[in-house]
Design a protein around this ligand. Structure first.
Ligand code: PLP
Length: 470
């Protein structure tokens, strides 16, 4: 029960003393919102929403706030307007972090986006074979493409890599133990920790080696009757340097083979292209991991693979069949839009066109000189509109828990201030623009790094900056 009624029923004479009198009746707020024309909700839902707004105001007053009636009205209208704005409309990523988890990771190719939109809007023969009209597996196409691209015997796709690891460990090791290097019992991000996932799968973690050095013999000595698997986790978001040692997949495969144990590798990024060709460090690809002897490899679809969110599990036929048959498979299965998008993305690789069609690889492959020219053009455009903008040489990063510590040479447009806005004020204004622009702040300048912006977005980027600051 509210502690005080809205103004309509406030006893006469009490309103000037009663702070709750500042809260208008919901009916009058609805009239106000309709007059301003800021809502598309029907009356029933607008009423419910405003009741919520009003009860928040009431709580604030109980806590000592003393708003005026106009202030409450203004907030109510603003809250209704905020609900009309979609939060997930596209933004321009000028942060210089290519796989930005907070901005939704990898953008997909236009072909991939079209395939996903088409699958979402209509029906697809997800589990029917058009030739026979009989039921067929939903993963047939993806599995064929993954096998083609990686040399794996079998492949399945689930919702994300976290789900991939969870189901793989549940199917292979529940009730038994899994050996992990002390240096790899890590947190991936967002609270996702390897020891916790292992526990959740019903397996017991057996840590071997030390934080900085673990040898193949450490694993060999830890194997006993309860061992179900060896797990290797790619250190995707940190780097151990100095006096370090880690066992390779090939060494682990030699340890595991005589006992018929699987070696599971969580690769994280799941590159299908060789990063070294683009001036980056060697990043293990799915194919190299399998080639070295991993029995099961898991990876994300939306990191270096450059597709939709997905978890990819490839490996030996017997292990993949066991994972596919686990009850969790239904709980973590990928939907039709994911599968349609992944198929379109994988086809870019199969056609040998990934580095100029898959956005993440297009950005990685951008020549520094070309980025500099684009930054100069944007800076010129902003300067002629009255801004003080410079071109700075910067370091962009791949991000998304890929290639930690490595940078890609880049260029950014740097703006220190504009009229009364400092760098963080500018950044905020651009984040609220349409489309929103996200940059980063360095040395009290707002940097708009062009490595993470595709060249065809330079025009819209300039338009958006000018519109936001008009
Ligand atoms: C990113 C990452 C994960 C989690 O993958 P999601 O697709 O985000 O679920 C797991 N392991 C490693 C090594 C990673 O880099």
């Amino acid at each position: 029960m509210p502690k005080a009624a809205p103004d309509d029923s406030t006893p006469a004479g009490g309103s000037s003393q009663n702070p709750f009198a500042a809260i208008p009746a919901v009916a009058s707020l609805i009239q106000l919102v309709r007059a301003v024309g800021v809502s598309t909700l029907d009356d029933r839902h607008l009423t419910r929403y405003l009741q919520d707004v009003v009860s928040r105001e009431r709580v604030a007053i109980e806590d000592g706030a003393r708003p005026g009636r106009e202030e409450v009205e203004r907030r109510a209208v603003a809250a209704v307007a905020a609900l009309e704005r979609t939060r997930l409309s596209p933004v321009l990523n000028a942060t210089g972090v290519l796989i930005h988890t907070n901005l939704g990771r990898a953008p997909v190719s236009s072909e991939t986006a079209a395939a996903m939109a088409a699958a979402a809007a209509g029906y697809v023969p997800l589990e029917l074979d058009p030739e026979t009209n009989e039921r067929g597996g939903r993963l047939r196409e993806i599995s064929t493409l993954m096998r083609l691209l990686t040399g794996a015997e079998a492949a399945i796709v689930v919702n994300n890599n976290a789900a991939a690891i969870l189901i793989a460990l549940s199917a292979v090791a529940a009730g038994r133990s899994v050996i992990v290097s002390r240096g790899e019992a890590v947190e991936i991000g967002g609270g996702f920790r390897i020891p916790d996932v292992l526990r959740q799968s019903g397996a017991t973690l057996v840590e071997v080696g030390t934080t900085n050095r673990t040898y193949a013999r450490d694993y060999a000595e830890a194997i006993d009757g309860s061992t179900a698997a060896i797990l290797k986790v790619h250190p995707s978001n940190f780097r151990v340097s100095g006096f370090t040692a880690a066992a390779s997949i090939a060494e682990l495969a030699r340890v595991a083979a005589p006992r018929a144990l699987p070696v599971i590798e969580d690769l994280g990024s799941g590159a299908l292209l060789d990063a070294e060709r683009f001036g980056l460090d060697r990043e293990p690809t799915i194919a190299t991991s399998l080639g070295a002897g991993a029995s099961i490899v898991t990876a994300s679809g939306d990191k270096l693979l450059g597709g939709p969110q997905a978890g990819i599990i490839v490996g030996r036929r017997d292990w993949i069949a066991r994972i596919e048959a686990h009850p969790l498979a239904r709980a973590v299965r990928a939907d039709k839009t994911c599968l349609a998008g992944l198929s379109a993305t994988l086809r870019h690789y199969a056609r040998g066109e990934a580095e100029w069609r898959v956005p993440i690889w297009r950005m990685i492959a951008l020549a520094p000189d070309a980025i500099r020219h684009r930054a100069e053009a944007l800076s010129d455009r902003l300067s002629s509109a009255g801004f003080v903008a410079e071109v700075w040489k910067t370091d962009a990063t791949v991000g998304g828990g890929s290639l930690p510590g490595q940078v890609l040479p880049s260029f950014a447009v740097a703006i220190a201030a504009h009229h009364d806005l400092d760098a963080s004020g500018l950044a905020r204004r651009l984040r609220l623009g349409d489309p929103a622009v996200f940059g980063r702040i360095e040395e009290r300048h707002l940097l708009l790094d062009l490595r993470s912006v595709l060249p065809e977005d330079d025009g819209p980027l300039g338009d958006s900056i000018l519109a936001a600051l008009r």
